[in-house]
Design a protein around this ligand. Structure first.
Ligand code: M6R
Length: 612
């Protein structure tokens, strides 16, 4: 969480920092601040709330200088406030620090520093780092060494940007378990949590690895390991262009990303089949017959939306490959002493590739000898670099906090992996493979079809149901999983209480919550389960619920029990999830819009959760 940006060059750093912070707001927006090296020392400006507030503050109370760092915060230690906003000064205002991560032993360090007479202004862990750096700096008079010595004392995670009033030409950056890149310019260099922050200036960067430090000046970048040895790193060139990180005429990033889904799914299918279309070819994945024969169980581990995409994979792999698959949220998996060994394939799924819980789960799996396959969107991210095999989801930047296109890309990856494993293990006939391939090829245009035709109907339903306070999503099998994702979207951006339930489980308790006019979204695209779910819909109707059903074209008998129906185009049973989810995304989007919520930056959330 939290976004960091830094600039050292020939121009005023402040506009670069502000535009960088705006691009990083998806990482947190509780407060924002900048620190700039001025002639008379470091000037800090910071404000609670979004970057806009900081912008206003800077208009009334400007700072300027050619070296600076900035931060946009998702609060962990201490409430969102001006006081807890970064950057943080050390005592004496010699050192200024921005930090993304958590210093787990900060209390112990703070006690030591207080015993030496240091005073603390904020409730943050970061201020401890600022004072510790200052303490070492006073002894060694070398900023890089002072930061390095501080890192040796810190337990936890960090991406750090450090300024010193005595060193007016440099920024020190460091990283452990929180992402940080060093952008390479001409006569200017940058630090950033993620490339969108600096894409306007450069596409070339060094991606820092854990426990590496960088000394960044306008004309040079030096990188060191934690022992202080200088190291060589190769330059990574990002393929994105500036437009990829802009709204391009859409009102919100979420809407833009919803409409990008036909292309995202198409890109994910292109080049993933042999020329004759009869086999899956997954570049970068060494999971052939030999390796797979050694695997007797699969775990799929992820968080949030990525977890639901993984659940789709579980249903498919178990049904088609007939191999036991456990699906776990990463924050549970990592502390439950999971039963995994060298015969386990662990599939981790992550859009950002930086989710702390998923990354730790991956490391645990590797420590226990499991083979780890990562389905990741962010190229070069920590999860991508730690995994044995990586399948990139080619969704481009996903900026809205509520994940949409990443889900469709992850589910597409699950389709491909299922087919690949099934084929390698001889669990699918050529005829079935060909039938699914034909259906897959139609998916992008079918998504497009929903996007072009469903919006007026969905807006009508939103107007009808906008007063709903509790919304239940019910379904069976893959439809149950889709309901989980629909329910999460509604919670996240429309702030509506919503629960997904396995339709058959309702009668074991949750049906007690259904009363007059409770809204129930019934997902009924699985034809083999159609009659069963239809009966469950009848049960909630009988208790006064209003039902909005999502069904496959042709199954119009659902109209006998539902108040309203959205139809998706007909497809193979295993491919319904993406299509059924599109109306859910639009429903959540227009609900949030109707309720006047901040769609791209929902309260309390951040895009990339790099803390536990
Ligand atoms: O970057 P990741 O895919 O690892 O993120 C996982 C979740 O934090 C994420 O999917 C979250 O649930 C989204 N806000 C959902 O819209």
């Amino acid at each position: 969480m939290c976004g960091i940006v830094g600039y050292v060059g020939r121009h005023n750093a402040v506009p670069v920092l502000i535009s960088g912070l705006e691009s990083l707001e998806y990482r947190g927006y509780d407060s924002a601040g900048v620190a700039v090296l001025q002639n008379d020392g470091i000037g800090i400006r910071k404000a609670k709330g979004k970057v806009d507030n900081l912008r206003t503050l800077l208009l009334n109370n400007p700072v300027s200088g050619k070296v600076g760092i900035g931060h946009t915060r998702w609060a962990t230690h201490g409430a969102p406030s001006d006081r807890n906003a970064h950057p943080h000064f050390s005592n004496g205002e010699v050192i200024a620090v921005v930090h993304n991560g958590i210093i787990e032993n900060y209390q112990e360090l703070k006690d030591e520093l207080e015993a030496k007479g240091y005073k603390f202004e904020s409730e943050t862990d970061t201020e401890t780092a600022a004072n510790l750096i200052y303490d070492f700096y006073k002894e060694c008079n070398d900023l890089l060494e002072a930061v390095r010595l501080t890192l040796e004392r810190i337990e936890g995670s960090y991406a750090l940007g450090v300024l010193c009033s005595d060193c007016p030409d440099q920024i020190i950056a460091a990283r452990k378990e929180s992402p940080l890149i060093i952008g390479i310019g001409q006569g200017e260099n940058f630090i950033a949590s993620d490339i969108p922050a600096i894409l306007e200036y450069t596409r070339d960067a060094y991606i820092l690895d854990d426990k590496e430090l960088a000394l960044v000046k306008a004309d040079s970048i030096q990188i060191f390991d934690i022992e202080g040895n200088e190291i060589e790193k190769s330059v990574y060139s990002y393929k994105w262009n500036v437009e990829a990180a802009q709204k391009s005429g859409y009102d919100h990033f979420m809407l833009k990303e919803i409409y990008e889904q036909p292309k995202v799914v198409k890109d994910n299918l292109a080049h993933r089949f042999s020329e004759d279309g009869k086999h899956i070819e997954l570049d970068g994945i060494k999971l052939g017959k030999e390796q797979l024969k050694n695997i007797n169980q699969i775990y799929i581990v992820a968080c949030g939306t990525a977890y639901y995409a993984g659940l789709v994979g579980k249903y498919l792999l178990e049904r088609i490959v007939r191999i036991p698959v456990n699906s776990e949220v990463a924050s549970e998996f990592r502390y439950k002493d999971p039963l995994i060994d060298e015969h386990t394939l662990v599939i981790v799924v992550s859009q950002s590739g930086e989710t702390a819980d998923t990354l730790s789960a991956l490391k645990l799996a590797k420590d226990r000898g499991a083979r780890v396959l990562a389905i990741v969107n962010a190229v070069g991210s920590s999860i991508a670099r730690e995994a044995d095999d990586v399948l990139y989801t080619l969704a481009g930047f996903e900026i809205a906090v509520a994940s949409t296109k990443a889900f469709s890309a992850q589910v597409t990856a699950m389709y491909l992996i299922t087919l690949h494993i099934a084929q390698e293990l001889g669990k699918i006939s050529d005829e079935d493979f060909a039938e699914i391939k034909t259906a897959l090829d139609k998916l992008p245009s079918q998504i497009n079809d929903i996007l072009t035709k469903a919006v007026p109907a969905i807006r009508k339903f939103v107007n009808k149901y906008i007063g709903s306070k509790n919304v239940f999503y019910i379904g069976r099998g893959l439809d149950y999983v889709v309901g989980m994702e629909g329910s999460l979207k509604l919670k996240e951006i429309a702030y509506l209480h919503s629960e997904p339930y396995a339709a058959g489980e309702l009668k074991h308790g949750p049906i007690a919550l259904i009363e007059e006019a409770t809204l129930v979204v019934g997902v009924v695209t699985q034809e083999s389960l159609f009659d069963k779910t239809k009966s469950n819909i009848k049960e909630v109707k009988a208790r006064g619920a209003k039902v909005l059903a999502i069904a496959m074209k042709g199954n119009s008998s659902i109209e006998e029990v539902a108040d309203d129906v959205i139809y998706i185009p007909r497809t193979h049973w295993m491919l319904t999830s993406i299509l059924a989810n599109i109306p859910q995304q639009l429903f959540a989007y227009y609900m949030a819009l109707g309720l006047g919520e901040d769609i791209d930056k929902p309260r309390n959330l951040a895009k990339s959760v790099t803390v536990e």
